[in-house]
Each structure stands twice: as C-alpha cells, then as structure tokens.
Design a protein around this ligand. Structure first.
Ligand code: C5P
Length: 218
C-alpha cells in the first residue's frame, strides 16, 4: 500500500474525526484533521482582533501564521492551541474565514505537503472534490442537524463548556449553509464518494462499513 489516500468529507458533527482517527489507527494511516487548520486561522483572527469584514487584513495575516501539527497537537506560531480551537467562539467564525480563497489556497497546499508520500486519511469538506480528487476511497458522512447538534453538545460537555442546544443547532445549520453555498470549494459530495448516513448508526457500525470498503481496495 503506497500513497494510499482516504478522504472523509461531510458537515459538522457527522462523525468524521471520530471515525477517521479509528480507521487511521486500524490501518496505520496518518490522520489529518483539516478542519483544525481552518480553526487555527480563525483563532488567529480572534486573538488579533481582526474583523471578519476585513478580508484584506485576514489575507495579509496569512504570512504571519505558522501551523505545525504534532500528532494530536495543533501548534499556532509556537503555541499549543489544541483546546482553544474547539470553543464555540471559534466554531462561530470559522466558516466565513474558510470561505476566503487565499486561506484555502494556503491550507490546501499545506495539506498536500503534509500528506505527500504517505498513507493518509484526511477529514474535511473538500478532500474528495479538491484536495485529493484521485483519492483511493472517498466517503461522505451525513446525519440530521439535530443528531449532529446532540453530538456537539456531548463534546462540549466533556470539555466542561456550557452551551445551549438551540444555539449549537443554529450554529451548525449556519455553518452548513455557509460551507455548502460558498464559491470556493463548497461542501459537496464528490461524484464517486460513498455516502453513509450516520444518524442511526453507532461508531463501530460506521467503522465496520468503511473498513470493508478499504479491505476491498487494498
Ligand atoms: O471539521 P470542522 O467542523 O472542525 O471544520 C471547521 C470549519 O472549517 C468548517 O465548518 C468549514 O468552514 C471549514 N473547513 C473547510 N474545509 C475543510 C475543513 C474544514 O472549509 N477541508
């Protein structure tokens, strides 16, 4: 198995990162959470009081943003921001930041560089359509917005972050809308991706389905 690429795309809370981590371990694939990279750029704008309206300043800031990923640690300009990038504040501004063309160009280049010559599994919104259109396996995970909001609430609870269900649901729906209607690399299923609805499946059922698809390809 050389240069094997598994692309997992889908909306927020569809289970991408949980599933990708497990499959990555099971098959010895390097896991790359591309959403975390967009979250790092969004966090930088928050920390530096850059307004979302000011696209030019966000684009200029890209030169000053250094992203380093060490296993599960996300390092932004030398600082471990693994926890900070998961807050509701970052979730609420990441989609407009990710809609900026220059942000995407920089991060897609980095994603390809990190993956180069490796066996990888990446999760995101545009992996099967843009980052790796020739991926060996493309999965598109979906689930109802309510189910996804429930999962996000559990995530926040486990991190002691207090949130309101209706607000989390509204934020997820808003992100879905921005991500799927943006001009640059919108969230959409690649033609050759296999769609799995995870609303009524548990984690191991989804893992089993994807594992058998991988087994058929190796
Ligand atoms: O996957 P996660 O929910 O952490 O992604 C955060 C945001 O980053 C998404 O809502 C989307 O706006 C953006 N994103 C993207 N392309 C990717 C991964 C994430 O635009 N490949």
């Amino acid at each position: 198995m050389e240069n094997f690429v598994v692309a997992i795309d889908g909306p927020a809370g569809s289970g991408k990162s949980t599933i990708a981590k497990i499959i990555g371990k099971d098959y010895g694939l390097t896991y790359l959470d591309t959403g975390a990279m967009y979250r790092m750029v969004a966090l930088y704008t928050l920390k530096n009081n850059i307004s979302l309206e000011n696209k030019e300043e966000i684009v200029n800031a890209l030169e000053k943003i250094e992203i380093d990923i060490q296993g599960e640690k996300f390092i932004l300009n030398g600082e471990d921001v693994s926890k900070e990038i998961r807050t509701p504040e970052v979730a609420s501004i990441v989609s407009p930041v990710a809609a900026i063309k220059e942000v995407r160009v920089k991060l897609v280049e980095l994603q390809r560089e990190i993956s180069s010559g490796k066996k990888v599994i990446l999760d995101g919104r545009d992996i099967g359509t843009v980052v790796f259109p020739k991926a060996d396996l493309k999965i598109f995970l979906v689930a109802s917005p309510e189910e996804r909001a429930k999962r996000r609430m559990k995530d926040y609870e486990s991190k002691n972050i207090k949130e309101n269900f209706e607000e989390v649901l509204a934020s997820i729906k808003e992100r879905d809308h921005i991500d799927s209607t943006r001009k640059e690399s919108p969230l959409k299923k690649a033609e050759d991706a296999i769609e799995i609805d995870t609303s009524f499946l548990n984690i191991s059922e989804v893992v089993d389905k994807i594992s058998s698809l991988i087994n058929n390809r190796i």
